[in-house]
Design a protein around this ligand. Structure first.
Ligand code: CP
Length: 304
């Protein structure tokens, strides 16, 4: 079993992973040797703080071992993804990969003899969404019927939130004046629509009015953020998105919690005072990456 997105998981299976993450958080001792002798290869084509740290610490705390591999220092740069993965999967028990292209991840999953976890590509970020749903369940005690509003560019995080929410009974409204075309997955959106739990609007004020959670993410994908060639597009995006910033004015009249998957760009998608306010659960949400990583690893290595 791989975790590329949530297409192969039922709502029940996804909920079980979320519940396991909460249980693992409260019972670390119980799982301290669960992955003894197991190795996780973590291969990165893009930068990361949380995904790298949470999976590496998760393996250590579960009694296993993680290898950090910078793609640029490997022979993945010279050879077929298929061939290199054939080798890699014969020396480790699990692979977590953050790649630029979902197509390469699909090749990796096909070639691998061991589970492959998507550490975020241009289409999906499933390990983030599991941490997000875990955080929602901790705060509200349930998932079914809770309302989340995502405000930002329609991107990989947005896709996985839509998929994760609609499979677990969370009502999700997206307010996305921009669509990152590489993240487009019509089938995912069609399936979400059929559940009746996803809607999209540009009326941000109305959307947040009865929200339990308001969520945002960067307007510019990480690989472009510091790229001078992308500067004009970045400026254009800031202009379009600024009226959709999460700030105190937008949150007036709602007691919604505020979420962000991080890294945060203060003063852009979210104002600094919101980050520091009691409404923000951003740091708890990021802490939960660790417990959700543990639950994912335990699931894929068949420990529950
Ligand atoms: N949210 C998230 O995936 O963080 P990193 O990019 O730092 O891993």
């Amino acid at each position: 079993m791989h975790l590329i997105n949530f297409k192969e998981l039922s709502g029940q299976q996804l909920t079980a992973i979320i519940d396991k993450a909460i249980e693992v958080k409260h019972n670390p001792e119980k799982y301290k040797d669960a992955l003894a002798g197991k190795s996780l290869a973590m291969i990165f084509q893009k930068t990361s703080t949380r995904t790298r740290v949470s999976f590496e610490v998760a393996m250590t705390q579960l009694g296993g071992h993680a290898l950090y591999i910078d793609w640029r220092t490997t022979n993945f740069t010279l050879a077929d993804v298929y061939d290199e993965t054939q080798y890699l999967s014969r020396n480790v028990d699990c692979i977590m990969a953050r790649l630029l292209k979902n197509a390469d991840l699909q090749v990796m999953a096909k070639a691998s003899r061991v589970p492959v976890i998507n550490g975020c590509d241009e289409k999906y970020h499933p390990s983030q969404a599991i941490a997000d749903l875990m955080t929602i369940k901790e705060k509200r005690g349930k998932l079914k019927g809770v309302k989340l509003v995502y405000i930002g560019a329609h991107n990989n995080v947005c896709n996985s939130l839509i998929e994760g929410c609609t499979k677990t009974g969370v009502k999700i409204t997206t307010v996305t004046p921009l669509f990152n075309e590489p993240s487009r997955d019509e089938k995912l959106l069609e399936d979400a629509k059929k559940t009746g739990l996803w809607e999209t609007t540009l009326d941000v004020k109305k959307a947040v009015k009865d929200a339990d959670f308001v969520y945002t993410d960067t307007w510019v994908d990480m690989e472009f953020f510091l790229d001078p060639k992308y500067a004009a597009e970045k400026e254009k995006r800031i202009k379009i998105m600024m009226p959709y910033q999460i700030n105190m004015e937008l949150l007036k009249g709602t007691d919604a919690y505020v979420m962000h998957d991080m890294p945060v760009h203060r003063g852009y998608e979210i104002s600094p005072d919101v980050i520091e306010s009691p409404k923000s659960i951003i740091y708890e949400q990021s802490e939960n990456r660790l417990y959700s990583a543990k639950a994912i690893l335990l699931k894929l290595l068949e420990k529950y």
